[in-house]
Design a protein around this ligand. Structure first.
Ligand code: MOS
Length: 724
């Protein structure tokens, strides 16, 4: 592992100036000469087919260039199917027939000279439908759930030992169901795409977390060679998983550009963000947890039922959280889905862990209560020495320290084990905690370094096809290169967000920082090694990069390198760990829950930048507050239409909902993950926050909130008899 001298230096974002002065260009903002504007048209039913579609009036409307529907769209050929018989992720061929499978499905695109003209004309299109009764209701349809992905050799179910035996050995059981609703990502920057053809070559300015995934999907939909497609995403205003894949507006835009042989720009609306850009689906999680008289876990079943689209499969693996978190000899983890006429779900921040941790960390708290044990003590008692799922040692695991340090800093000793024992006027005060974890995957990435020396000053340009979704990629890449080259950060320029640069996996799954910094470090080291060779200098001799260029008689040098995972990385299990501590005040009569204080600890290996890392975790914690208290996409079950149509109806926490948040990084060295020792951070922040909150609500009131979000109405309605 790399000795990182500038460890954690809290540099401000190097691109911050460009952002606050409006100079940073987001996808919709690239000034493309002669670009036309696309405005998608959405279905107003969720199941059936288009009977008639009259575009005549809209076509005659001012500025309209073309209206594309299934009637006149280019034939794109057959959809590619995967093992489950459904369309391969993100490759649905748009506007090929009149069939409607979900509410809001795009049924056309209006192309006009201005955005306003396109939008106005879209409202003049008259559509009639053959409407069928859609499959929407979770309660009515969940019994139709099936085992997804039969083609996958290992399957997504896992087990160890014998659940039955584990349950027999248990002297105390928790057997409960936890529900989390549909949620949407809603990044500040809505999705937008510009498609520009030059001959056969296509450039897409697309707000995309993973540039190559967009290329793969576009190549499939339009039967194009991947080499002919370039994706630009210089700045991205948040992603949270909604930008991991190319949605259908991307395909509509490319289709329009291709048919018209003109650049086309499409920026989707906030309303379309609710219906056409992915979501986290409703999860029903049934947990059975057994413990013996020594407070050791003997059994854990985590069975998840959720929904997917009729023509595309997505399964959030919420049960995976239960595979590795605590020491349990007998487990069963299953995932089942049923098909609905709701848009296809997709990865949303900490896919799997965010809902999975809510269920398991709630159940752990329920068990600790039944055993009359402190929930931290109970977790420590069930700490696994190695990963119980893979049997591999942890690359690092500081969960116990996260809980102990957190408890100390939070003042956990104030908490009384007995619920409802801390009233203050009409308020019931409570404290709750949860352990947290999130996988820390590493992905190989490449980078190019260009060094230039003018006079005494060496400047460096680091290039890679990485993305910065607001997380700080630019800054940590610059810091890493500056550190390895021994030059100030402001002498490093960073070029990312262009798929023609050396390949990286992009931003997702919390691997960005570890991956990009490793690539930057690898290329800087390679350049130093190359130059030393050229200059005949011993590899271990210390020399400044300027002197080294002089010694090699060069004033510029360029190289590319690839950073692999550590050789022994696959022998270890990689997770980030943390703990959340929450104080709540509950007014039972009004159902109001105030959260004045959250204190979190996180052990994530090397922290490259204290400031950007902290921001990411804070963002995650606030996401967790939203998950617990406010966020919920509501559908009208009769029609499949959305009740929560915009950010005005879909509630996220605002400043008044967010109290004090403290965060402490637990120093940690991970020698078995990547050369920088960096583990993931962006998704650890949200994991388990909701459980810590509902555990605190239980401590305050003796009432267990198992159905998120805990709105005031739900808080009032929890009628379970008080546990004291
Ligand atoms: Mo993440 S849900 O991999 O952006």
């Amino acid at each position: 592992m790399k000795d990182y001298k500038l460890l954690g230096s809290p540099e401000s974002r190097i691109e911050g100036y460009l952002k606050v002065t409006g100079k940073a260009k987001y996808s919709a903002e690239f000034p493309i000469p002669n670009a036309l504007y696309g405005f998608p048209v959405r279905s107003t039913i969720s199941k059936g087919s288009i009977a008639t579609i009259d575009t005549e009036k809209a076509e005659a409307s001012e500025g309209v260039v073309k209206i594309i529907t299934y009637k006149n769209a280019l034939d794109l050929g057959e959809d590619k199917k995967n093992d489950s018989g459904k369309i391969s992720e993100g490759t649905r061929k748009v506007l090929q027939d009149n069939v409607i499978k979900s509410y809001g499905q795009y049924i056309g695109i209006v192309v006009a000279e201005t955005f306003e003209q396109a939008r106005a004309a879209s409202r003049m299109i008259e559509v009639t439908y053959n409407e069928e009764k859609p499959v929407i209701s979770f309660e009515e349809n969940r019994n139709k759930a099936y085992k997804p992905d039969p083609g996958r050799p290992s399957g997504i179910d896992t087990s160890r030992g014998s659940l039955e035996q584990g349950i027999n050995e248990a002297t105390t059981m928790v057997d409960e169901v936890y529900n989390t609703p549909i949620e949407v990502h809603n990044p500040m920057e809505p999705h937008a795409t510009i498609a520009v053809f030059e001959g056969e070559k296509l450039t897409i300015y697309d707000t995309s977390q993973m540039l190559y995934r967009t290329i793969d999907a576009v190549a499939e939909v339009f039967s194009m060679p991947k080499e002919d497609i370039k994706v630009i995403a210089t700045f991205i205003g948040g992603g949270f998983g909604s930008k991991l894949r190319a949605w259908e507006h991307v395909m509509l835009t490319i289709l329009a550009a291709k048919m018209l042989d003109k650049p086309v720009k499409t920026a989707i609306t906030r309303q379309m963000m609710q219906t056409n850009a992915g979501m986290r689906q409703h999860n029903r999680q049934h947990i059975r947890l057994g413990a013996n008289d020594s407070a050791r876990l003997t059994a854990l079943a985590h069975e998840v039922v959720s929904h997917t689209a009729v023509d595309e499969l997505y399964v959030e693996k919420s049960g995976y959280y239960s595979r590795s978190m605590y020491a349990v000899p007998n487990t069963l983890v299953t995932h089942r889905v049923y098909d609905t006429n709701i848009q296809v779900p997709s990865s949303m921040r900490a896919p799997g862990e965010a809902p999975g941790s809510f269920a398991l960390e709630s159940a752990m708290d329920e068990m600790a209560h039944k055993l009359n044990m402190d929930p931290i003590e109970f977790r420590i008692k069930n700490e696994p020495e190695k990963d119980p799922h893979t049997d591999k040692p942890w690359s690092s695991r500081s969960l116990i320290e996260c809980m102990k340090v957190g408890a100390e800093k939070f003042g956990w000793e104030r908490r009384k084990q007995e619920p409802r024992s801390n009233p203050d006027g009409n308020w019931l005060i409570g404290y709750g905690m949860a352990g947290a974890s999130r996988g820390a995957p590493y992905q190989q990435a490449s980078s190019r370094l260009i060094l230039n020396k003018k006079g005494d000053e060496v400047t460096a340009t680091v290039e890679m096809a990485a993305t910065d979704i607001g997380t700080g990629s630019y800054t940590i890449i610059a810091q890493t290169a500056a550190n390895t080259l021994g030059i100030p950060v402001d002498q490093v320029e960073v070029h990312i967000g262009d798929s023609s640069l050396p390949k990286t996996p992009g931003s997702g799954g919390s691997w960005g920082a570890g991956t990009f910094s490793s690539a930057a470090d690898a290329v800087c080291e390679k350049v130093i090694k190359d130059l030393k060779e050229k200059a005949g200098i011993a590899t271990d001799q210390e020399i400044s990069i300027g002197d080294l260029l002089d010694a090699a008689k060069l004033d510029t040098y360029k190289a590319v390198a690839t950073a692999m995972a550590d050789d022994d990385a696959s022998n270890y299990s990689h997770y980030s760990f943390g703990a959340h501590f929450v104080e709540v005040w509950v007014d039972e009569k009004l159902g109001i829950v105030k959260i004045p204080h959250v204190l979190s600890t996180a052990a994530v290996g090397t922290v490259l930048n204290q400031k950007t890392a902290r921001s990411q975790v804070l963002g995650g914690i606030i996401f967790g507050l939203g998950q617990a208290m406010t966020e919920e996409t509501l559908l009208d079950e009769r029609y499949g239409s959305y009740v929560t149509r915009t950010l005005a109806d879909y509630h996220v926490p605002v400043n008044l909902d967010i109290g004090k948040i403290d965060l402490h990084f637990i120093p940690e060295k991970d020698e078995h993950i990547n050369r920088m020792g960096v583990k993931g951070i962006g998704e650890l922040g949200i994991s388990s926050v909701a459980a810590a909150i509902t555990n605190a609500i239980f401590n305050a009131t003796g009432k267990r909130a198992r159905n998120l979000p805990v709105t005031p109405a739900k808080m009032i309605a929890i009628d379970e008899s008080v546990a004291v």
